[in-house]
Design a protein around this ligand. Structure first.
Ligand code: ADP
Ligand code: MG
Length: 668
């Protein structure tokens, strides 16, 4: 082996440079972080040839004195770290004192700087880390660093550079994150002379989100805010119905620094449990703040990895902040101006709350509308307000912070009476359900019935919609050719058990069968759509984008039995709904319609999507108690062969022969 020698400073610099300067994006990151640390309120980044030609970062920060310019480029030269103890509480972004030295070692650098409040500016050029003389120059206050010919002296690394476009994309992503993390700083980014990002720097996170991530994404966001222990969480998350195809729009910051963290991703997604369609991911821009001593950002030189001291606390803080804001949102459907509230809780309402909150809410008397008599509407942004009002923290999940929800929470108590009364009157007495009993507040802490036992329904529309010339509830069923199947009963409130003449046992999924019937009927479009007028019109808050989508497609909605109108601020006023839809499902149906419309590329595709949603929403559901007459209709449809598969292609019925049963019992 060769003799042991100390590396020459130049080689040492090159090795260190490799750690810090991997690609143009790492240069930009270091230079912009320096600008931020220098207190800049405006930072401009210019890129040519993906950064391989030129990277220029200019700021209006504190600047560097002429005599300090060469010092800034020495290894381990920093103004940010003085004592070993400081390592534990790093509040600035850079601290290793390595970046400028490392960048200079592998490129040709020119720096031009003028200290704030000083007259003289100076410039310095370095080539491969070797500085030239400091020269007097003219420049505005602040610093501009230009990096040219990156890796010109390290051909091995140059070979590994990706295409210019890939490098540009990496820098563009980085600029987005930097801009989001500092809404008080105005960022500009241009590539090959074309500006692609410009944030106002007005200090408003929503302005930064809008400018950096685009209008369409910004419109799908809900503001969130919460706190748990020493961890504070604020920012924005996507509405559940605006789920995305990937995790690319999950942006997390810890103490202002962009990070990638499986823990944070998991906490976010846990908050959406049961609310997102399969294969969809939430998007977010979340700012997590923990005490600087409770996080180690120094575990990786690129510093996008964090290590939390109290992982569970951070997880819980993020999870509950997301969960609570989604729960608040899902109860945000309000009746305007009427004294009686029409509450349209989302179908999955009970799944979005922890048991404690659910229990508390169930004990509250039905809520009065939160809306002021003058018709003031809640807007999306008030979700954050209500979180603050309920104790600043998670409010809803911390028992001690929990307030009675009647005054400040949406407390969506189901009151089905307002919905389908008109239809009720049409039904023969035996098909009418008694008026719903309002749940009175109970003194004790008796847990309410679990969600799956929810039975109160205004009416169960299992009988297929009216055929032309018939009145509702008076259906003449075609006599079947063969002897009808004997209905032995219903099990698990979901499956109808039947026996056919040839000695077979049939299990029919009642929801799937009814969904198929609805689908075929709607698709044929030969029957008039029955509507029910809501006694009190319901205001459904959907967000501007979704509301606009629905309002653009009113004729389509009318074909399905909805009469809606614009109520402003992303809210749609619903006056009529399809007769066979539970009023409690109206809001969720409209939300899904918006998603259907968004995904449909042609009118036909949109119509087909709506059809699927409507068929499903109007179908009786597993878990609901059904009338024997309804079950009979379903069984006859299955027996006649008219209904075989649900619209998604799943079977509606399964058959077991006597032989199969006997085999199971060891008789055959
Ligand atoms: P670090 O940022 O870790 O301290 P750098 O090598 O990035 O190390 O920078 C060295 C020093 O140069 C900084 O500590 C700071 O004092 C000064 N400096 C670098 N960039 C700027 C800038 N844009 N404005 C003002 N001072 C700067
Ligand atoms: Mg630095």
């Amino acid at each position: 082996m060769a003799q042991i020698e100390q590396l020459s400073p130049h080689v040492a610099d090159l090795i260190a440079a490799g750690e810090v300067v991997e690609r143009p994006a790492s240069v930009v990151k270091e230079l912009v972080e320096n600008a931020i640390d220098a207190g800049a309120s405006a930072v401009a980044v210019e890129l040519r040839r993906g950064g391989m030609g030129l990277i220029r970062v200019s700021d209006n920060g504190c600047g560097i004195a002429p005599e300090e310019l060469p010092t800034a480029f020495l290894r381990h030269a920093t103004s940010k770290l003085r004592r070993p103890e400081d390592l534990g509480s790093i509040a600035t972004l850079g601290f290793r004192g390595e970046a400028l030295a490392a960048i200079a070692a592998v490129s040709r650098v020119e720096i031009l700087s003028r200290r704030r409040g000083q007259d003289g500016a100076a410039s310095l050029r370095l080539e491969g880390g070797i500085p030239g003389p400091t020269e007097i120059a003219g420049a505005p206050e602040g610093t501009a660093v230009a990096v040219r010919d990156l890796f010109y002296n390290t051909p091995a690394r140059l070979k590994f550079m990706k295409k210019d476009s890939a490098e540009t994309a990496a820098v563009a992503g980085l600029m987005q994150h930097l801009a989001l993390s500092r809404p008080e700083i105005s960022f500009r980014f241009s590539k090959d002379g074309v500006e692609s990002l410009h944030t106002p720097g007005d200090g408003k996170p929503e302005s930064a989100v809008y400018a950096a991530l685009g209008r369409d994404f910004a419109r799908t966001l809900l503001p969130v805010e919460g706190r748990g222990g020493d961890t504070a969480v604020r920012g924005f998350v996507t509405r559940p119905e605006a789920g995305r195809g990937s995790r690319s729009m999950q942006v997390f910051f810890v103490n202002g620094r962009f990070v990638k963290s499986q823990l944070l991703t998991a906490a976010l997604e846990e908050g959406y449990r049961n609310q997102l369609m399969k294969g969809k991911f939430p998007g977010c821009v979340l700012f997590v703040t923990v005490p600087v001593t409770a996080v180690d950002v120094n575990v990786h030189p690129a510093k996008t990895v964090v290590k939390f001291q109290r992982e569970k606390e951070v997880f819980d803080a993020v999870y509950h902040t997301v969960l609570d804001s989604l729960a608040a949102k899902s109860g945000a459907v309000q009746a305007p101006r009427a004294p009686e509230q029409v509450s349209l809780p989302r179908r999955d309402f009970f799944q979005t709350m922890d048991a404690g909150t659910f229990r508390k809410r169930a004990e509250q008397p039905p809520a009065r509308p939160r809306t002021a008599p003058d018709g003031e509407r809640r807007s999306v942004t008030r979700v954050a307000d209500s979180a603050r009002a309920s104790g600043g923290g998670y409010g809803m999940f911390r028992p001690e912070a929990r307030q009675p929800e009647t005054a400040q929470g949406p407390a969506p108590v189901k009151e089905p009476a307002a919905g389908p009364v008109s239809r009720q009157a049409d039904l023969p007495p035996e098909r009418q359900t008694p008026p719903p009993v309002r749940r009175e507040p109970k003194p004790g802490l008796e847990p309410p019935a679990p969600p799956e036992k929810r039975e109160e329904r205004p009416f169960v529309p299992a009988i297929p919609a009216v055929r032309t010339g018939e009145t509702p509830g008076q259906q003449v069923l075609r006599p079947l050719a063969e002897a009808p199947w004997r209905i032995a009963g219903e099990v698990l409130r979901t499956y109808i058990v039947c026996e056919s003449e040839d000695g077979c046992v049939w299990l029919i999924d009642k929801h799937a069968a009814h969904e198929r019937m609805n689908f075929d009927r709607l698709k044929a479009g030969t029957e008039p759509v029955m509507q029910q007028a809501l006694l009190t019109p319901a205001a459904v808050e959907l967000g501007r984008e979704d509301a606009a989508l629905l309002l653009e497609n009113l004729p389509l909605l009318e074909r399905f039995g909805f009469a809606c109108e614009d109520f402003g601020e992303g809210t749609v006023l619903v006056r009529e709904i399809p007769a066979d839809l539970d009023a409690g499902d109206a809001a969720a149906t409209l939300e899904e319609f918006a998603e259907n419309l968004r995904r449909g590329r042609s009118l036909d595709e949109k119509r087909e999507n709506l059809l699927h949603t409507m068929a499903c929403k109007a179908a009786i559901k597993g878990g609901w108690t059904s009338d024997p007459a309804e079950l009979k209709v379903l069984v006859e449809k299955v027996q006649s062969g008219e209904v075989r598969f649900c619209p998604h292609g799943r079977p509606v019925a399964v058959k077991m022969t006597r032989y199969e049963l006997e085999k199971m019992f060891g008789r055959a």
